[in-house]
Design a protein around this ligand. Structure first.
Ligand code: GDP
Ligand code: MN
Length: 381
């Protein structure tokens, strides 16, 4: 789950990181009032959960409350990367003398949190990583020891930060790590962390991504979920208790169990196909859930074939088959479907599906091979 810039910065502020004074507005009129209270100049910043707002025109520097109102009217009417802007942050403008990047994330390859810094802040950090990887410095963090002052000092030296900023920088880096750790984040990033005209460090932008699987221990953060901005289809999946992640391939997959779903995707790829989604319907799913899941898969226009991989334990294969058949009566689709059902009541499940002309398979490899072949046919049509 991504947090909006203003939420991320509020959280950073709790950990002692300096942020500009500012407030969120839902209307242009509110933006004008806030601009008057803060004193101009201010920046009007689109609050959407995508990057590159600056380039898209979602960030405006203005000099009067009237200009703030006008800029907010424009920004609130924008779409950035397909997402409508519903809120703007009105921040006291900062005079910038240089921009730094500072972020912490998990390095899966090293199996450790890593803090990264670069003197080339403000711009797209992925671009810097591609073109000038040597401009990004890293320090790996032992989760038992936590982030140490000397590591922050190492980063400060490596990015050639002037010595009079070291103390502030160490406090900010330590605060950022604590914000990241205590909220079970997978990313906490300040880009840019600026040196202001009056020579202070200030976090101008903030981004946090939280681990969805840890949200149960952060009810205060979980409430911040902005459901307006998530993919409608993923929101619906959550309502039915399904774990769904949309991907770019053509083979829609319905599987019970997260591990089995991952194995299914691997095997689909092994046979040269691309999964259209990850979908775990969970254990003990009845016909209702199966039907909801199938309808989600069929809403994706890229799907050329649907593949079911059900291991019947608590979940009964005949019940799953009935869910599939009931859905097929309701929705109009002529997509080919391949089903591999094994376990409790598998013969009954297979018989029901074969009667309805679904392709059945006995092994996962067999199912994947058939699905990939059918998807290929669909694509060349
Ligand atoms: P992003 O494009 O979505 O990452 O949004 P940012 O908040 O990082 O802003 C992009 C750029 O706008 C920054 O790198 C700054 O150059 C500029 N900017 C943002 N806030 C201010 C401000 O208060 N004053 C000035 N002068 N520029 C700002
Ligand atoms: Mn930024």
């Amino acid at each position: 789950m991504k947090l909006h810039e203003y939420r991320s910065k509020q959280l950073f502020s709790k950990f002692g990181i300096p942020i500009p004074r500012g407030r969120v507005a839902m209307t242009a009129h509110e933006a004008k009032t806030i601009a008057r209270e803060l004193g101009c100049p201010v920046v009007i910043k689109a609050q959407v959960l995508v990057g590159g707002r600056g380039k898209a025109g979602g960030i405006r520097l203005v000099h009067t409350p009237e200009e703030a109102e006008e800029a907010a009217t424009q920004v609130l009417g924008m779409q950035i990367n397909g997402l409508p802007v519903r809120k703007v942050l009105v921040d006291e403008a900062a005079e910038i003398s240089s921009e730094i990047y500072l972020g912490v994330t998990n390095d899966r390859a090293i199996r450790s949190p890593v803090m990264m810094a670069s003197a080339e802040g403000g711009v797209d950090i992925e671009e810097v990583a591609r073109t000038h990887p040597d401009k990004i410095v890293r320090t790996y963090i032992d989760p038992l020891l936590g982030f140490q002052d000397h590591q922050a000092r190492y980063l400060a030296v490596a990015i050639e930060l002037a010595r009079d900023h070291w103390r502030e920088f160490i406090n900010i880096a330590c605060g950022l790590y604590r914000a990241y750790k205590s909220s079970d984040a997978t990313l906490a990033e300040i880009n840019p962390l600026v040196i202001t005209g009056d020579n202070r460090l200030l976090a101008l932008d903030g981004k946090m991504v939280l681990d969805d699987n840890a949200l149960f221990r952060h009810s205060d953060l979980a409430e911040m979920r902005d459901i307006d901005e998530e993919e409608a289809i993923e929101r619906e999946a959550r309502r039915f208790g399904l774990s769904y992640v949309k991907l770019d391939g053509s083979i829609g997959c319905m599987v019970n169990g997260a591990g089995l779903a991952m194995a299914t995707m691997d095997v689909v790829k092994l046979f040269g196909g691309e999964p259209a989604n990850f979908l775990d319907i969970g254990g003990g799913a009845g016909a209702d859930k199966v039907s909801a899941a199938l309808q989600l898969i069929l809403r994706d226009p890229n799907v050329k074939v649907v593949m079911f991989n059900i291991f019947g334990g608590i979940t009964r294969c005949d019940e799953v088959a009935r869910g599939i058949l009931a859905t097929l009566e309701e929705v109009d689709t002529d997509l080919p479907m391949v089903a591999r059902l094994v376990g409790t009541n598998e013969e009954e499940g297979r018989r029901l599906l074969a009667e309805a002309d679904l392709v059945t398979a006995t092994s996962l490899a067999d199912a994947a091979e058939k699905a990939v072949a059918l998807a290929g046919k669909g694509a060349s049509k």
